[in-house]
Design a protein around this ligand. Sequence first.
Ligand code: ADP
Ligand code: MG
Length: 223
Amino acid sequence: MLNVKNLCKIYSPNNANVFHALTDINLHVNRGEAVILSGISGSGKSTLLSIMAAMDKPTSGEVIVDSTAISKLPDLHASAYRSHHIGFIFQHFNLLEALSVKENVALPLIPQNLDNDTISSNVATAMRLAHIDHKADANVHELSGGEKQRCAIARALVNDPKLILCDEPTANLDRENSLHFIESLRELKTLGKTIIVATHDPLFERVDFIDTTVHISDGAIRE
Ligand code: ADP
Ligand code: MG
């Protein structure tokens, strides 16, 4: 489903401060698999995830999702692709605090020009799946950390994405909420989602539904 081929990312390639953030990354993920990208801070996890999410471009190499070379899409097409096919969950939740849960969850659908009934129904489904439907009308600033991450899960699900990418999703959660988050990922896997989680949280080491753990250090995959 997802193929990363000879991927390299060099920051400031035309400058004296050349930095090789990713070096010749090759990765294959099948549909429905759950993969952990593990590595210490600064190893290149977020750089790799953002290229897989079509939010950033590699210096060379490519990312192919099904038959689309998403790393080569022009920016406008990359945004459209993301809006239809990718759910992204961030460490800092990245919610709009002044809006309600259901308004935050609806945000990724805005570029799709859907009618209001379809938006409401997709938002309700995503909130139910993420177990945050009872807080639909609450403002985000009233939520606990665990509830904020559930709101972020709902937002990542609202476009019914085939690929869910998570960047340090438990870094701002206590142990109990981290375990809840891991259970939500299990449910998403049951729904057939392909899941990639960048993390150095040791709680993920004991998760039984993880198919592969890929170790990254200094921007390269270690066997
Ligand atoms: P991780 O998510 O594993 O902590 P990152 O992918 O964020 O690692 O960063 C990998 C390396 O790339 C780090 O050394 C970081 O400082 C560097 N880096 C990240 N973004 C930029 C940027 N925009 N410009 C220059 N260097 C960057
Ligand atoms: Mg990171």
